[in-house]
Ligand binder design. Structure first.
Ligand code: AMP
Ligand code: MG
Length: 495
């Protein structure tokens, strides 16, 4: 286990040409103090979590004191926001500190979020408030606990700095980490500026650092696009299966590594509602829950377009055909991941043609009755074969109980057909259907306490959500549906 001083930095992103980033310095927050640290994330750096708690370490990690080895830069990127191209975005409040290389040779780029103004801040103040920082901190680690690719969160700080949003809030700071924070929008910025040499440098950088196996391919850039298509398809299927709505799927929030990136007004489904819009500012529902798979493809199409100059060709048509061929992999990939995931959620082993239909019928019934998505799937694992269909607690969750009974009979018949054994099925299902998710009301509760200076609930949720598939003694209250006040919390982009 290392202290901060012993971490080894190799800042490859900061060494890229000037068009990629701007040199910055964090602006210290007043009276900054540690809220929480994720020991699991610290372990990835081989960092001793206790070494962060000492004063000098807090000052360095929160950007208040110089940290030898780091070279802070803000990343330059563009992106399509709600369908419209915005030529200049960039890290307006995030700063890459540098890349820690651990003893296993793994590279983790450390980033501060909320560290003050950068040349890309536009009208913003470069800050992040406590409430949104807690949400990103907890959700990053919760998504990892669920087994979904994501940026990680090392630790977070609060301060006495007053930040103006709809009300005065305290300035907070997140230290997040990922193998890379490069986005689809990082490619778009060079494409639209016609800086094709920089575009190529970026693609080479991503391949060399994050996809080295693609270097051996006859067409590495095309292979890169193909791989991003596959990873994005898988990520979108995973979001749908766990009931996660991102809320702001702009291309600047889409990771080139297929990670969940930039947690803003995200939300997990409580009651199953395919049209769920978690972002209060998304009036038209562009990023509604059930739109995510198609938006994933829309965003990949933007990336593909930005990569066209990389595909060898003289007249452009061949490049377009190559991009189209890569994008054509999306629909079958997401369909396959989603179908496989639904089958697993139902505990089915064999693949049968009618499985999708069986799953969809259940989802439709859940939507009709507003049944809690997470709890229904979790509790379905307890459905036993020898209990009569009308004798189970699950049916009471549905308005049309007979319709559920009919579904349950068909489900049982389907289980019989593959000689499914109940206890083994329960174990299988409990490995993919979480008991605990970061419900909005749970996050809200932790935020309210933190705003009073009590951070215990943040740590409690962090620990609980690290192993969301295990029933944890004494924590049943954290698996309950939201109380009335917590059903329709409004979360907007202003964070
Ligand atoms: P987001 O929707 O949070 O991903 O942000 C979109 C863009 O706005 C990104 O380029 C952010 O860096 C920038 N941004 C968001 N909030 C702020 C802020 N408070 N200060 C400066 N830039 C911001
Ligand atoms: Mg963003």
């Amino acid at each position: 286990m290392k202290t901060l001083d012993q971490l080894r930095f190799d800042n490859t992103y900061a060494r890229l040409p000037g068009a990629f980033h701007a040199r910055v310095q964090p602006t210290p927050l007043q009276d900054v103090h540690l809220v929480s640290i994720s020991e699991r994330a610290a372990a990835l750096l081989e960092l001793d979590p206790h070494s962060i708690r000492v004063n000098g370490a807090v000052a360095r990690l929160s950007g208040s004191a110089e940290w030898p080895g780091t070279e802070p830069v803000a990343m330059c990127y563009a992106g399509h926001q709600f369908g419209h191209y915005v030529p200049q975005l960039g890290d307006g409040r995030a700063m890459i500190l540098g890349e820690v290389v651990n003893d296993a040779g793994e590279r983790w780029e450390l980033q501060l979020k909320g560290a003050g103004l950068t040349p890309f801040s536009r009208d913003g103040d470069g800050r992040a408030v406590l409430r949104s920082t807690i949400r990103e901190y907890l959700c990053s680690e919760a998504m990892h606990g669920l087994g979904i690719p994501t940026t990680r969160a090392l630790c977070m700080f609060n301060s006495a700095e007053e930040i103006y949003r709809e009300r005065i809030e305290s300035g907070a700071l997140l230290v997040r980490m990922a193998p890379s924070h490069v986005r689809f929008g990082s490619f778009e910025v060079f494409f639209y500026r016609q800086q094709y040499a920089a575009l190529k440098d970026l693609a080479d950088y991503v391949i060399d650092h994050n996809y080295p196996q693609l270097r051996e391919q006859p067409q590495p850039y095309l292979a890169l696009l193909t791989e991003v298509v596959e990873r994005t398809a898988r990520l979108m299927a995973q979001w749908q299966l766990v009931g996660f709505a991102h809320g702001v799927m702009n291309t600047d929030n889409m990771s080139i590594l297929g990670l969940t990136l930039d947690y803003g007004p995200f939300g997990f489904l409580d009651a199953y509602d395919p049209g769920f819009i978690c972002n209060h500012s998304d009036y038209r529902g562009r990023y509604a829950f059930d739109q995510q798979p198609s938006i994933g493809l829309w965003n990949l199409t933007c990336l593909a377009q930005a990569m066209l100059p990389l595909f060898d060709d003289d007249n452009g048509e061949a490049a377009v055909e190559m991009a189209k061929a890569a994008l054509a992999g999306y629909e079958p990939a997401i369909a396959q991941h989603y179908a496989q995931g639904l089958r697993a959620k139902l505990g089915l082993i064999d693949e049968r043609d009618d499985d999708q239909n069986l799953a969809q019928r259940l989802l439709d019934l859940m939507a009709g009755s507003g049944v809690d998505y997470t709890n229904l799937f979790r509790d379905l694992s307890g459905l036993a074969r020898d209990v009569p269909a009308d004798d189970i607690s699950l049916r009471d969750r549905f308005i049309d109980r007979e319709a559920f009974d009919a579904w349950a009979r068909d489900y049982r018949a389907r289980l019989e057909a593959e000689s499914s054994e109940d206890s083994a099925r329960r174990e299988r299902m409990n490995r993919v259907n979480p008991r605990y998710i970061l419900r909005n009301y749970l996050a809200q509760h932790a935020i309210a306490q933190a705003e009073q200076g009590d951070y215990a609930e943040v740590d409690r949720l962090l620990n609980l959500l690290a192993t969301p598939y295990e029933d944890q003694p004494g924590m049943q209250a954290y698996a309950t549906e939201p109380p009335d006040w917590g059903r329709h919390l409004e979360i907007s982009c202003s964070s």
